[in-house]
Design a binder for this molecule. Sequence first.
Ligand code: TZP
Ligand code: MG
Length: 201
Amino acid sequence: MTLSVYFVTPDGVSDALVLAAARGGATAVQLRDKCASDAAMIAQARRLKAQLAPLGVPLIVNDRLPVALAAGADGLHIGQSDGDPARMRAALGPDAILGLSIETEAQLAAVPPGIVDYLGVGPVRATATKPDHATPLGLDGLARIVAAAAVPAVAIGGVGAADISALKAAGCAGIAVVSTIAAAPDPGAAAHELALAWRHA
Ligand code: TZP
Ligand code: MG
């Protein structure tokens, strides 16, 4: 799984925007929607899975294990209060992708070994996209966590193309973004810019 340009969707994202991001260069997509019903999210995840699979872009569902299972998604991403990672792994099976959000060094120290495939570390900066976010880590705090992580880690929260060289130097496996792609005038071009910046950093 390539996490270099990880697009995390805003609530209510259109299929067209996700496809534009993937065609532009997003290497992984997380369907994150805090408002949709499970039924609506399952339907959208099924559609997206069918369209992303030919592009080789995995579809990961945020928070909702039943949605990930019902939709046949490639994986699940959970936060600190979304349940026990070992229980999620048992339900998903060994081949699914399981990601976990990390906000502090203490949370990193508590990650059960051999359960999760990658970590989402952040927020790097304050961001309006997640109003209830934890205290921002800054690039230094991010780098400390990433250096100590046993699995690949992506940086999230207020990051964009200008951060990529610092994130790569810190050892990140990728950059995870919502608004840098979703709020861009041309989301496909924004994803392409991130992919190019990652490749050339
Ligand atoms: N988790 C930590 S920050 C964040 C999530 C889902 C939102 C990131 O959004 P943006 O727009 O890329 O800052
Ligand atoms: Mg969550």
